[in-house]
Design a protein around this ligand. Structure first.
Ligand code: GMT
Length: 374
């Protein structure tokens, strides 16, 4: 099949999933055309049968705001015609599903390839439900021939809040390349972050308010009271300054490092002993899946779709949203007993291999494409 994939190219789970999907499909013999305004951050190196089409956004003094939605529609339309795409698959509904629908209309119905929209999270739970966006988001989702959601939780929210028929949404969970995200092969690198053999606690996100990164700092501060540990914060976003300020107030500057954005998080995750994910809501929690694939137990909040990835008491521990004391107790428990830690670590790796490996999940997308093409 010839598959067009649109995603946000920037640091973020939906772009990571879309890119890994494209690379995986190309490895299975399909021709993949990424259509995005920049090269997706995980699309490095050469991959046979993978092409990239950049969306050019024209500037003109009359336009105070750029016309990304239209420029994307034009590029999807052009790429579909030039390359003869069989499927157009967009990730994150806003505005990608709308752009792809416009492109389909331009192709005049019959000739338009089926459109698949994968819902990832805030496109449904936050941005999409804003009153100004809701009607157009719902319209664009419903105009897609195929709709997928990355968790049962997200499907339920879509059905409830957008009044989308349940049988129109197929759940295909996110997946992980378990060859790349694997337990650290060279533990000597741990010394970079933990020179005195401290435990390494890690958090990776876009530092948006929904991630509650200040809670990560609070949980770490409490763990640090009994366990020698260092916190590695990976990523960037609006709440980073506030988190850094809190680190200063708690006088933890020597124990907390902010690395900023990092494209190869697999190099870092394998060094961690514990991953913290204290989001208000998380439709799936790709970073948590990547952590368990590296054998790193997760402590997080029981919110959204995270319990579909983290099995409480098996590969991680989940506590109510905002319960920083409980989260710290959970982290201390895991870090304090090597045999408990090993059991959780092995269970996480096994779950990644059994349920979320690329080879297990990716055929679900292929089946869905074939179903839509029939
Ligand atoms: O919605 C966001 O915050 C951004 C989005 C992204 O592009 O990273 O994240 C969502 O999609 C990921 C990939 O499917 C999921 O793993 C994240 O849980 C989800 N984020 C939220 O639901 C907050």
């Amino acid at each position: 099949m010839k598959i067009g994939i649109t995603c946000y190219p920037t640091y973020g789970g939906s772009g990571a999933v879309a890119t890994e999907l494209g690379i995986g499909l190309a490895a299975r013999g399909h021709e993949v055309h990424f259509i995005s305004y920049a090269q997706p951050f995980r699309l490095s190196g050469f991959h046979e049968r993978v092409y990239f089409h950049e969306v050019e956004i024209e500037r003109y003094p009359l336009f105070e705001h750029n016309h990304y939605t239209l420029a994307l529609a034009a590029t999807i339309h052009d790429t579909t015609l030039r390359e003869g795409l069989d499927i157009v698959h967009v990730h994150y509904a806003i505005p990608h599903a709308t752009s792809a629908w416009i492109a389909g209309e331009m192709l005049n119905g019959e000739a338009a390839p089926p459109l698949v929209t994968t819902l990832h999270g805030t496109d449904v739970t936050l941005v999409g439900t804003q009153p100004s966006f809701k009607p157009i988001t719902r319209f664009s989702i419903l105009r897609s021939q195929g709709i997928t959601a990355v968790s049962e939780f997200l499907k339920d929210v879509t059905v409830r809040d957008f009044d989308v028929p349940a049988d129109r949404v197929r759940v295909i969970p996110n997946f992980v390349n378990t060859d790349v995200f694997r337990p650290a092969s060279d533990p000597r690198h741990r010394g970079i972050f933990a020179p005195a053999g401290e435990k390494i606690v890690m958090h990776i996100s876009n530092f948006r308010p929904v991630k509650r990164v200040q809670d990560v700092i609070e949980v770490f501060a409490r763990i640090r009271q009994t366990i020698p540990a260092r916190l590695v914060m990976v990523g960037d976003g609006p709440d980073r300054p506030r988190a850094a300020q809190r680190v200063g107030e708690l006088e933890l500057e020597r124990d907390v490092v902010f690395l900023g954005k990092h494209a190869s998080v697999e190099e870092l995750l394998g060094l961690a002993d514990l991953f913290l994910l204290t989001s208000d809501s998380e439709s799936f929690g790709l970073a948590a899946l990547e952590a368990i694939s590296c054998g790193v137990p997760v402590v997080g909040y029981r919110a959204g779709g995270l319990p579909e990835v983290i099995s409480h008491g098996e590969n991680g521990l989940l506590v109510p949203v905002g319960a920083v004391d409980e989260a710290a107790e959970a982290g201390t428990f895991l870090l304090g007993d090597p045999s408990v830690w090993r059991r959780f670590s092995e269970a996480g790796r096994a779950a990644a291999l059994d349920r979320f490996a690329t080879a297990t999940v990716l055929p679900g997308y292929e089946d869905f494409y074939r179903f839509l093409l029939r």
